[in-house]
Design a binder for this molecule. Structure first.
Ligand SMILES: O=P(O)(O)OC[C@@H](O)CO
Ligand SMILES: [Mg+2]
Length: 239
């Protein structure tokens, strides 16, 4: 299989555990419409998974709005819309089952999200019980260099505490929905399960150990993790 046995799991949050990416799309469409610009999936693919300011800079540059829309002003406008919509974000299919299973099986699990801690709090307000099962949460404001830099995954892997850490980065399985997130995992030396939105053109995304249509299709047993009770698993497409 090319990877050592997986012992630890690190989860992205937006678009992977929580259905928040559609909310970012609504907000970004609304703001760009004021400038007569369209928000496309090609642009979204370059922004998603990045820290807010990094993503805002991409949006301004790619839409030719330099000098017209300041990235920080874009973020301010976006905050008003996001704050209204985030509290109702549902979990993605298969996420809660997988988290509960790994936790119940004693597998160390962490979240590594580019989201700021303030956003994390709003988004997870209705899902406190599930997010309370993680060993720890790393938010974007805790690292200087956001995804695609490997930093956030390395910090997450280092946070399991004495005696509970992985033998090496290669024992940590990362779950991601964003191309830059897969890039960051690869740079960290970690195998990545890529779960892209069906609208995302995933063809150019290199390095994922597996590509799945949903977390519901993830079979822990295929990765050496404790199997779901009574389940043979759905079978990953491994590269
Ligand atoms: O790293 P995640 O959890 O996807 O957060 C990114 C999000 O802030 C925008 O796409
Ligand atoms: Mg994401």
């Amino acid at each position: 299989m090319g990877y050592p046995k997986v012992t630890h799991c690190i989860f992205d949050m937006d678009g992977l555990l929580l259905d928040t990416e559609a909310i970012y799309t609504v907000a970004q469409k609304e703001i760009l419409a004021k400038f007569g610009k369209e928000f496309t999936w090609a642009l979204k693919a370059k922004m998603m998974g990045k820290k807010a300011l990094d993503a805002a800079r991409v949006l301004v540059a790619e839409t030719g709005l330099e000098g017209v829309l300041d990235p920080e002003d874009f973020i301010r406008q976006r905050e008003e819309i996001l704050d209204r919509l985030f509290p109702d974000a549902p979990m993605m299919p298969g996420a809660e089952r997988l988290i509960r299973h790994l936790h119940a099986s004693g597998v160390p699990i962490a979240v590594a999200t580019s989201s700021h801690a303030r956003h994390f709090d709003i988004k997870t307000r209705k899902h406190r019980d599930v997010f309370g099962l993680f060993d720890h949460i790393v938010t974007g404001d805790q690292v200087t260099h956001g995804k695609p830099a490997p930093d956030i995954f390395l910090v997450a892997a280092g946070g399991f505490g004495p005696g509970r850490g992985p033998a090496s980065a290669a024992h940590c399985l990362v779950f991601e929905d964003a191309p830059v997130g897969v890039e960051a995992a690869v740079a960290a030396g970690m195998p990545a399960v890529f779960v892209p939105d069906p609208n995302l053109d995933a063809d150019g995304v290199a390095g994922a150990a597996a590509v799945l249509p949903s977390l519901e299709a993830f079979d822990p047993a295929e990765w050496g993790l404790p199997p779901y009770p009574g389940s043979a698993g759905a079978g990953a497409v491994r590269n």
